[in-house]
Write a protein that binds this ligand. Structure first.
Ligand code: AMP
Ligand code: MG
Length: 325
């Protein structure tokens, strides 16, 4: 009888030891994980982990436990940007370690140039639901994604034809006067000039990669789409897909501060440069946000497209692979 009790006790002891050695480490590491990307790549919790990814998980956990001042100090030590809200600073530090520890092969694929666009359009103080907006300002900034320098820009006002007289509200909002649009070409001509300018910058020649970038989907799905329909011209191919910077910002930093232009800038510790709702100034500020995202390690890829006038998400091959693992 005594032997049986000793045997059963021994077995319980051995099983308890086995349970602790298999399960506890993964649970402890699990507490330190916040990075969805890393846990997908490692094949889930407790699986066979690449030692580098495991180390990254631990580092991320440590960063999560740091307060804002500690993160700021660490960024300062590393000579990195220290402006921004807590979530932004933490993401910046995590991205830094991720880049340091992962092999150079895993650095994000980049477009050579961003074409940052922000349309202004005719409007009323209370736009009726059926109001036909017409594009009145067409700015494009050509941003080199390596240097983050605006290498060139296209800019033109457009003369509206459905509502040729701008409302005082529209002028006040956008800074665009009646005189500016009266002497501007009509939209079809401006679009032709845009496409010529893009070709002159190497668009479509195959030696550089370009991507259109905007603050949300509206510029393409509403203003450009409606304008082309109204003018009876085919929707231009280069604008069929784009980088929605707002969407990347929200997914990457996960801040609580909102995603209006001024709010995104505030989360990054930056102020709006110029006049809000001026197309060119809006584009400059979108480019600043896009540049910060790139510097902080966000893979700024095309994430939306237009299909028969409807906006659809574009999912990258990498994201598809990660979610199917
Ligand atoms: P945004 O890029 O935010 O400057 O807006 C683009 C266009 O949307 C403007 O040129 C207006 O036609 C319209 N819009 C923006 N904000 C307003 C507003 N508060 N009231 C009416 N229309 C607006
Ligand atoms: Mg604007």
């Amino acid at each position: 009888m005594l032997n049986e009790i000793v045997l059963v006790g021994g077995l319980i002891f051995v099983f308890t030891l086995l349970y602790l050695s298999f399960l506890l480490p993964s649970k402890m590491i699990g507490n330190d994980e916040d990075d969805k990307e890393n846990s997908t790549k490692t094949g889930g919790r407790g699986g066979d982990r690449d030692p580098v990814l495991r180390e990254l998980s631990l580092t991320n956990g440590q960063i999560n436990r740091m307060n804002k001042e500690e993160v700021r100090q660490k960024l300062e030590e590393l000579h990195l940007e220290t402006r921004g809200v807590k979530e932004v600073l933490k993401k910046r530090l995590k991205s830094y370690y991720k880049k340091e520890k992962l092999s150079p092969n895993s650095t994000p694929e980049r477009y050579d140039f961003l074409l940052v666009i922000d349309f202004e359009a005719t409007c009323m103080e209370e736009n009726p639901p059926d109001f036909q907006h017409e594009i009145i300002e067409f700015p494009i900034l050509l941003v080199n994604t390596e240097t983050l320098i605006v290498e060139d820009q296209f800019h033109s006002y457009c003369k509206p034809t459905i509502n040729p007289k701008l409302t005082p509200f529209c002028t006040k909002l956008t800074g665009i006067t009646q005189k500016m649009v009266d002497k501007a070409p009509e939209f079809p001509q401006v679009l032709e000039d845009v496409l010529d300018w893009m070709s002159s910058k190497g668009y479509g020649m195959g030696h550089s990669r370009f991507a259109v970038a905007t603050d949300g989907p509206w510029d393409m799905c509403r203003f450009l789409y409606q304008q082309c329909l109204y003018c009876g011209i085919p929707y231009p191919r280069p604008f069929r897909k784009w980088i929605n910077v707002k969407k990347h910002f929200a997914n990457f930093y996960q801040t609580k501060g909102g995603t209006k232009l001024e709010e995104m800038l505030a989360s990054l510790g930056l102020k709006f440069e110029g006049k809000p709702h001026s197309g060119r100034d809006d584009a400059v500020n979108i480019a600043r946000i896009a540049g910060r995202l790139i510097q902080d390690g966000c893979e700024l890829r095309v994430n939306e497209c237009l299909n028969n006038g409807r906006v659809e998400p574009v999912v990258s091959q990498r994201a598809k692979l990660a979610s199917s693992n």
